[in-house]
Ligand binder design. Structure first.
Ligand SMILES: Nc1ncnc2c1ncn2[C@@H]1O[C@H](COP(=O)(O)OP(=O)(O)O)[C@@H](O)[C@H]1O
Ligand SMILES: [Mg+2]
Length: 456
């Protein structure tokens, strides 16, 4: 058999000795790079085709050849989608080169361009992926899910230590190696170095629907906790055979609150609580490290209440499914509020002091308002924050200072900076009030965000 390398060929298998594909007419290549003989297709993903192959330079040892499809390489040109696909493909090769020394990640053998396509050759992991296994053998029981977590979490720990987030953990991307039953993580096509920018071109979906957490899908952000969400979804799928993508399409991210409704086999309360924490919508409420999950998973009975990394509330210990509230979509939490809090208070107080100074010396004139806006804008927008955070701080300062100017006029305060000790007390009180007002506004914006997420 000789396999056609036209990625769109509907029937790529051809009898030995053929020069052109019987199905699509494309010229057949018997050896890629004079070395790799393509045997048959293994998978057909969004931007790549995966083939089983053999390496004639290594006594016909089997290997896997992945071909970039959508980002066909036209000397670096091409559309945005092509560039993005090429970038992701190169990234996959780089990741395999860096991480492939690990026994549970395939080794990279070669990466090259031939006939306008990019190819990546990697170690073949003999065995089935977990989706194939699920279809053939049915759902996994609790013991198998625990084995899966114990086997895969150390791999995630290592990749996270190297600042890599996989971003596409799902049953198809985990292979159970035939000869020793160990699990191997594949498909680093959309993995991301935490230092890299999110770089999500509009229309580019990073991760798989139903498996990707909200921060990844909505904001292009990824943390180790993002992989834990996908891992939790994978465990859910393997326990229930209920399709996460269908649940996601019908119910959005909220479905995970009631994941127990789909379970048809008993599972321990301990595993249930671990899945609860993996499936939290808010990434800050999930586990933050693989070690923390492993500690909970392998805690001796009774001892996990002493483990400080996971706080289990008495409510969660009730025998009923824990009444976990739906975590509303957080439109505003593109930043960590804890990190932003000092910035909010300083902006409130600082902008108030600036307003007092300008009002004291220039009065409530258009010039003082203009100057206030320019100076504040400069101070906020030159900070190294995201544009979203800067705009948020700027708006908080504007609203806070509308209140401050109102107080100024209501109590007819004039020139406090030139009125001795009494004026100074007024200034200090107003500056504190400014910080407080900014804080209150931040709390109100959070409440509004939660209400919006619940009802819209
Ligand atoms: N190294 C490998 N060893 C064995 N099978 C593999 C290997 N890499 C991929 N496969 C098989 O090919 C399928 C598609 O490969 P994958 O790398 O996940 O590409 P895609 O980006 O198309 O999802 C996988 O689900 C798996 O069954
Ligand atoms: Mg895949």
């Amino acid at each position: 058999m000789i396999c056609c390398l036209n990625p769109d060929c509907p029937n790529p298998q051809n009898p030995h000795g053929s020069n052109f594909c019987l199905s699509c007419g494309t010229g057949l290549v018997s050896l890629l790079r004079n070395r790799y003989r393509i045997i048959e297709p293994l998978g057909r993903g969004g931007f790549a085709r995966t083939y089983l192959a053999e390496d004639i330079d290594k006594l016909n040892e089997k290997c896997v050849v992945k071909q970039l499809v959508r980002g066909q390489f036209y000397g670096g040109g091409g559309s945005e989608a092509q560039k993005k696909a090429t970038e992701l493909f190169e990234r996959e090769a780089k990741r395999l080169q860096e991480l492939g020394k690990h026994d549970q990640i395939p080794t990279l053998f070669a990466y090259f361009k031939e006939n306008d396509y990019l190819y990546l050759v990697q170690e073949l992991i003999e065995g089935q992926n977990l989706l194939q296994e699920l279809r053939q053998q049915g759902v996994l029981n609790e013991t198998k899910i625990r084995q899966l977590l114990n086997d895969l979490l150390p791999v995630l720990e290592i990749i996270h230590q190297q600042q890599v987030i996989h971003r596409d953990i799902k049953a198809e991307n985990i292979i159970r190696r035939q000869h020793d039953g160990r699990l191997v993580l594949i498909d680093f096509g959309v993995s991301k170095q935490t230092k890299e920018t999110a770089n999500t071109t509009p229309g580019t979906i990073i991760g798989s629907m139903g498996y990707a957490p909200i921060e990844q899908l909505q904001f292009g952000e990824a943390y180790p906790a993002s992989d834990f969400y996908s891992l939790g979804i994978t465990c859910f799928y393997l326990l229930t055979n209920a399709s996460p993508s269908q649940l996601w399409i019908k119910q959005g991210f909220g479905w995970t609150v009631n994941w127990r409704n789909h379970i048809s086999q008993p599972i321990s309360q301990k595993l249930g609580l671990i899945l609860d924490k993996l499936l939290q919508e808010n990434h800050e409420q999930r586990y933050q490290s693989a070690k923390a999950v492993l500690l909970d998973l392998n805690a001796q009975p009774g001892s996990h209440y002493n483990v400080p990394h996971t706080v289990i509330s008495p409510q969660q210990l009730l025998p009923q499914p824990p009444p976990i509230q739906q975590q509303p979509t957080q439109y505003i939490s593109r930043f960590s509020l804890k990190e932003l809090l000092p910035g909010v208070v300083i902006t409130g107080s600082g902008s108030t002091f600036l307003a007092i100074a300008l009002l004291s010396f220039l009065g409530t004139t258009l010039i003082s308002s203009g100057l206030w806006l320019i100076i504040l804008g400069f101070l906020i927008f030159t900070q190294s924050r995201s544009l979203f955070e800067k705009t948020y701080l700027f708006l908080l300062a504007v609203i806070t200072n509308i209140f401050i100017v109102f107080i100024f006029q209501r109590w007819q305060i004039t020139n406090p900076l030139q009125s001795g000790i009494n004026g100074l007390i007024v200034v200090v009180l107003l500056v504190i009030l400014g910080g407080l007002l900014a804080f209150i506004l931040m709390v109100i914006s959070q409440i509004l965000d939660k209400i919006m997420a619940r009802y819209f």
